[in-house]
Design a protein around this ligand. Structure first.
Ligand SMILES: Nc1ncnc2c1ncn2[C@@H]1O[C@H](COP(=O)(O)OP(=O)(O)OP(=O)(O)O)[C@@H](O)[C@H]1O
Ligand SMILES: [Mg+2]
Length: 180
């Protein structure tokens, strides 16, 4: 028999249609308002789908007011935030996931409050399990974004994002809601 938790995690996803860059940025902002714990978030999607744009919105939502450089060339951009350290990774240019070992990636993971990882598939085997997975695809002139909660903390973020304010989620392990 399938465990209730497993069922729960598999069913916890929600999708958004985002017409333009501003809508993507604003969703990132709103998403960040729903964080209550440290998280590992993977950002998937083809080149130019808007992963960095979402990350900008998230960082802004956490209180960052400066610019957010794409980590495409540097692999990592760190941010010291009130909530703790935030690391924005982009694994696109890794030739081999093993490079993460030399970069000391595990230490970053331990140190981080929040990790945002673009191109996580390029770090296969070195990336722990994510709390939230973001998948972005082309949709008309804009994008379709699907969020999947993969841990208790991740599922709770989705619940906060989709349930009306004022709901106390503290005693609920599993929340049902509908994505669009
Ligand atoms: N919802 C959206 N609809 C239309 N365009 C968007 C949307 N979100 C972002 N964009 C645009 O997509 C382009 C690429 O954005 P971004 O750099 O964030 O993509 P990326 O996924 O990080 O790319 P890469 O794989 O190169 O890191 C930008 O021009 C941005 O304005
Ligand atoms: Mg990017």
């Amino acid at each position: 028999m399938m465990s209730a938790d497993l069922y729960c995690y598999e069913s916890q996803s929600v999708s958004f249609e985002l017409a333009d860059e501003s809508a993507m940025y604003r969703l990132g902002n709103r998403l960040a308002q729903c964080f209550r714990a440290g998280l590992l978030i993977t950002l998937r999607g083809e080149l130019g789908m808007g992963k960095t744009t979402l990350a900008r919105g998230i960082l802004r939502g956490l209180g960052h007011t400066g610019s957010v450089k794409s980590p495409t060339y540097t692999v990592l951009e760190p941010y010291d935030m009130a909530v703790g350290r935030v690391y924005h990774f982009d694994f696109y240019r890794l030739a081999d996931p093993e490079e993460l070992e030399f970069l000391g990636f595990r230490d970053y993971l331990l140190d981080a409050h929040l990790c945002l990882v673009e191109w996580p598939e390029q770090g296969k085997g070195y990336l722990g399990s994510a709390d939230l997975d973001v998948g972005i695809t082309q949709f008309r002139q804009g994008r379709r974004l699907t969020l999947k909660g993969l841990s208790d903390a991740g599922v709770e973020v989705l619940a906060r994002l989709t349930l009306p304010p004022g709901n106390d989620l503290n005693n609920q392990k599993c929340i049902e809601y509908q994505g669009s």
